[in-house]
Design a protein around this ligand. Structure first.
Ligand code: BT5
Length: 243
């Protein structure tokens, strides 16, 4: 069973589980940690206003509502703990060669299987973290142009996966990882990331440049080297492709 501290809200259809979770924070008396999960999202969203394709019944489209407290470092660790957790849980279950890509994508053979969107809400001077997770599970195909960049567990294994069992496994691992939130999370994250030491293309608005990905800083920034100088990149304003 999922840790009893979570209250699960299961929806048939919603615009976006992150948007629903944000409204819930503002309306409810938030004594629980919530999981909002939907069969279908009509306006699933990614970072920087991008769209997240959320076909009915084919994936886990969900948002966790967490109270990280005041500590800024803890926010960074939760950020890395979420993608690390999903990656570790899927690796254990499937044996697939999954990799983490900064800031928090999960890839198989360079194709994206999971995307994560973190947002914050302030209520009565208290900070809430909305952790949106989109995991492709049983899609047999994707519409163009996603078909060349996205994949699912079904496409990779030719097996239909039980979404409830996956949710259960991910949440129990997340509880386990949440008990040990410290800088070790970033070290473990780096060990599952294929991008460090590789050349990447960075898109910052209309501006594009090439750099070498060298490290993840304590504050969660991606450290790149360009023209012999180290530079920090923050998730909010860049899009990365691994060359
Ligand atoms: C992300 O954004 O990867 C974060 C996605 C978070 C989705 C979850 S679902 C539950 C919760 N509720 C929401 O409304 N959102 C969260 P980003 O890094 O910006 O990637 C978006 C890009 O990924 C798009 O522009 C497409 O190119 C690609 N994409 C869209 N749908 C996809 C899918 N199902 N699988 C793989 N790639 C996809």
């Amino acid at each position: 069973m999922i840790n009893s501290n979570y209250k699960i809200i299961q929806l048939d259809e919603v615009d976006s589980t992150n948007e629903y979770a944000k409204k819930l924070v503002l309306q409810e008396d938030n004594q629980y940690k919530y999981i909002v999960i939907a069969d279908h999202q009509t306006s699933g969203k990614g970072r920087l206003g991008r769209r997240w394709e959320s076909r009915r019944g084919m994936g886990l489209w969900m948002s966790l509502i967490l109270k990280p407290g005041e500590q800024q470092e803890k926010m960074v660790w939760i950020n890395f703990a979420v993608s690390l957790t999903v990656c570790e849980a899927l690796k254990e279950l499937t044996g697939l060669p999954l990799e983490l890509k900064w800031p928090n994508d999960i890839l198989i053979h360079g194709k994206k299987i999971c995307g994560i969107l973190l947002e914050t809400v302030n209520k009565n001077k208290e900070l809430f973290l909305i952790v949106g997770i989109g995991l492709n599970i049983n899609q047999q195909d994707f519409p163009k142009p996603l078909d060349s960049t996205a994949t699912s567990l079904f496409i990779e294994t030719q097996t239909v996966w039980d979404r409830a069992a996956l949710l259960q496994r991910i949440m129990s691992k997340f509880d386990e990882n949440s008990l040990n939130l410290n800088s070790e999370i970033i070290t473990r994250w780096k060990s599952l990331s294929g991008m460090l030491g590789h050349r990447i293309t960075v898109m910052k608005g209309d501006y594009t440049f090439e750099a070498m990905a060298i490290d993840i800083a304590k504050d969660g920034a991606l450290v790149v080297e360009r023209n012999g100088k180290a530079e920090k990149l923050y998730a909010g304003d860049v899009h990365i492709s691994v060359n």
